[in-house]
Design a protein around this ligand. Sequence first.
Ligand code: NAD
Length: 252
Amino acid sequence: VMGVANEKSIAWGIAAAVAAQGAEIAFSYQMEGFGKRLKPLADSFGSTLLIECDVAADGAVESLFNQLAKDWPQIDFVVHALAYSDKAELKGAYLDTSRDNFINTMMVSAYSFTEVARAARPMMPAGGALLTLSYIGAQRITPNYNVMGLAKASLEANTRFLAASLGKDNIRVNAISAGPIKTLAASGVKNFRKMLSQHSKRAPLGRTVTADEVGNVAAFLCSDYASGVTGEITYVDAGFNISAMPLDELEE
Ligand code: NAD
């Protein structure tokens, strides 16, 4: 599981859900500070495999899986729950996106999934599952999400192309498009709190979702129950994506 920053992380909700189904988990973390925070969390699952991996560093993903292979020659699934963009550009107009931040956002948030898939493949000789996390900003504009929307669009296409590349190896590749959840990464998007309230007004369930709810669907997609599902973007968003208007304001 890649991307646990703290107990609010979506990756943490996913870890809890897969552990409840009996998975043994290895974690990767971006850098030392995150590793320190992760340690007690991982301890609570009896996980001792914690490996540093900053996906922005050349060769880091390959080295992560080489290290993992020393302890676990085979794995069943990988969860890629990480993204990055310069906070200074997660506000204002998309038009002002800089070249450097565009490239970096795409590399960390989209291309890293390709590298993960390539490195994980030899460790899944009988098949497996890869899962990543998207957001509706991949499909529709949402204020301030800006270049991250383009990165998620790329990540969703990445999910489909990887599914095609890896289908013959019985490796399934899927994404969950999660509704907004207050995490460290989310707080980098300007007015995120207002996004949460807008979401609840439009979503059929009238609320946001939790990382645990995302985790439960992730556990399904990573399991053999989803053996016929690949290349799919599954919404876990309380139904927000099917709604075009706030639901209560126009009712009699
Ligand atoms: P989070 O801050 O808890 O997790 C983001 C993680 O990305 C952190 O662990 C961070 O260390 C990691 N990361 C960033 N740059 C990295 C790098 N260079 N190398 C390695 N790791 C790096 O936030 P989250 O909301 O749990 O984010 C997880 C995923 O879910 C992201 O892809 C995010 O875009 C996606 N997502 C979040 C929401 C939301 O509202 N929170 C909604 C839909 C999708």
